[in-house]
Design a protein around this ligand. Structure first.
Ligand SMILES: Cc1cc2nc3c(=O)[nH]c(=O)nc-3n(C[C@H](O)[C@H](O)[C@H](O)COP(=O)(O)OP(=O)(O)OC[C@H]3O[C@@H](n4cnc5c(N)ncnc54)[C@H](O)[C@@H]3O)c2cc1C
Length: 464
């Protein structure tokens, strides 16, 4: 079925949408309410989990979710399917002595969130191919191996044990993942591979079954205390939640709140058993490596390799929803895949797509709620939102219901969001960061030596 935006066939959104075993349809509702208790804008993981936990804790509330297209249309139905116990910003907190304790508590909550997603999906009968095999960070050069070993030592000094992280020397690492260059790998237990569209659609189904209304094909133009303006008219509400991530700039007044950054993904055809015998990933471990312009992969439940990477920004925060298979960034992702696994050269790439991440100016994820105005938001996860959105949603719900919990003491709450620069400064800044990352990656892979100059510049902004 065609989407609300002209010419979008929802099956083309991603391999994940194409492999759903449901008909994906969406249509505007003529029964839009004038007033509800809570309005949530955006039916991705953030909006859906917020509705889920809010309904669970306060079933008397009348909750309405507004979505411009269909449930899971944004990053939530397009990502790499890593449910990873990490949140952008935690490493920086742990790295500084004065915020270390708080960072560690936050890290433990992020780890636990992977299990929370597993628990809820099992309990609610949401079959999203959840498999907690951990994640492998491969060293493709000897100095990457040294860097990862140093990282592991640091984690050990913080109290994380073998159940959290393990170093796999080259031979053992190759058994787990047979990349062309493999000098060892760091295994992190706190990651599950999942089918993100099945997860998003599954939460949507549970919500509808409980009477939470989801209004699809309804674009929201602006949010204000006590009301939202949609294409079809005004809806009043006591609480208004923004869960629009990479699309936030479409809302009036929010043009420079979150920067839309693209990531591109491909999926192979189902690979024969003999290829998997060669490649590994027997426990469906997700994987990446030490380059700065990140790559990420997962073995899907139906035996494909889904692989993504690259991050790109378009001048003026331009929003794209569909991508040409010839897109140069998608081609780069394909080349990286075959460099890592030359055996895949002869296998077909059946799906190519892209999606939008949301990036805050301080490069941190956050949760906000203003009791006075009743306005809330969560997002800015960059590429780590699958698990983080669940923790953000639970946090937001605790804030809304005025519950002082461990979650409401975390350092990502109500942190002021600086605005992004105006163009062309914004574009120049982001391109400079991207360029520094690319340059560091190229030099490190060519020389086998750390590139502290360009790499250091990139790290100062992105890996804080
Ligand atoms: C290609 C890609 C790969 C990624 N891989 C991973 C990964 O492997 N692991 C990980 O943890 N994270 C990953 N991420 C990030 C992760 O997918 C996101 O952080 C997460 O899905 C964000 O969820 P969300 O609900 O906040 O945003 P979204 O899923 O983007 O949802 C926002 C929703 O709001 C709707 N919306 C926006 N504006 C309006 C409006 N004005 N009116 C009505 N509706 C509106 C949109 O249509 C959309 O459905 C990836 C992201 C991308 C793009």
């Amino acid at each position: 079925m065609q989407g609300a935006m002209a010419d979008i066939d929802y099956r083309n959104i991603s391999y994940w949408f194409d492999s759903l075993d449901e008909e994906v349809t969406a249509a505007p509702s003529s029964l839009r309410p004038d007033e509800v208790d809570v309005v949530i804008v955006g039916a991705g993981f953030t909006g859906l989990w917020t509705a889920y936990y809010l309904h669970q804790q306060a079933p008397e509330l009348d909750i309405a979710v507004f979505e411009q297209e269909t449930v899971g249309f944004g990053a939530s139905g397009r990502n790499g399917g890593w449910c990873l116990g990490a949140i952008v910003g935690i490493a920086g907190l742990i790295g500084r002595e004065k915020s270390r304790e708080q960072g560690l508590a936050f890290q433990r909550l992020a780890f636990e969130t992977v299990d929370e997603v597993g628990r809820v999906t099992a309990e609610e009968g949401i079959d999203c191919d959840f498999a907690k095999g951990g994640t492998l960070r491969v060293a493709t050069t000897p100095f990457h191996a040294k860097r990862l070993e140093r990282h592991l030592e640091f984690q050990r000094s913080l109290g994380f044990g073998e159940d959290d992280y393990r170093w796999l020397p080259a031979a053992a690492a190759r058994e787990r993942i047979n990349t062309s260059n493999n000098h060892g790998a760091l295994w992190n237990a706190h990651c599950a591979a999942l089918h993100p569209a099945k997860l998003a659609r599954g939460i949507g189904r549970v919500l509808r079954g409980r009477g939470v209304r989801i209004y699809e094909c309804t674009r929201v133009r602006s949010l204000e205390p006590g009301r939202i303006e949609t294409d079809a008219g005004t809806v009043r509400a006591r609480w208004v939640v923004r869960a629009t991530e990479g699309y936030t700039r479409t809302l009036r007044g929010e043009e420079r709140t979150l920067l839309p950054l693209y990531s591109m993904v491909v999926a192979t055809e189902p690979l024969p058993a003999k290829v998997w015998d060669e490649l590994g990933l027997a426990n469906r471990e997700t994987f990446g490596d030490e380059r700065r312009i990140v790559i990420y992969g997962q073995r899907t439940a139906d035996g494909r390799l889904v692989f993504g990477g690259r991050a790109g920004y378009y001048f003026g925060s331009r929003l794209l929803t569909t991508f040409s298979p010839d897109d140069s960034q998608i081609r780069r992702v394909e080349r990286s895949l075959v460099e890592l696994f030359p055996i895949l050269e002869t296998y077909e790439i059946t799906h190519r797509w892209g999606g939008l991440m949301g990036v805050a100016r301080n490069w941190r994820a956050g949760v906000g709620f203003d009791r006075r105005t009743g306005m809330g938001w969560a997002g800015g996860y960059v590429g780590e939102g699958v698990a983080a959105s669940n923790l953000a949603a639970r946090t937001l719900v605790d804030l809304m219901l005025e519950q002082d919990t461990q979650l409401t003491a975390m350092p990502w709450i109500n942190v002021e969001l600086p605005k992004w620069e105006r163009e062309p400064l914004r574009w120049l800044g982001v391109k400079a960061i991207e360029w520094a990352g690319d340059r560091a990656d190229a030099r490190e892979s060519a020389t086998g030596q750390p590139d502290n100059f360009w790499g250091g510049m990139f790290d100062r902004v992105v890996r804080r």
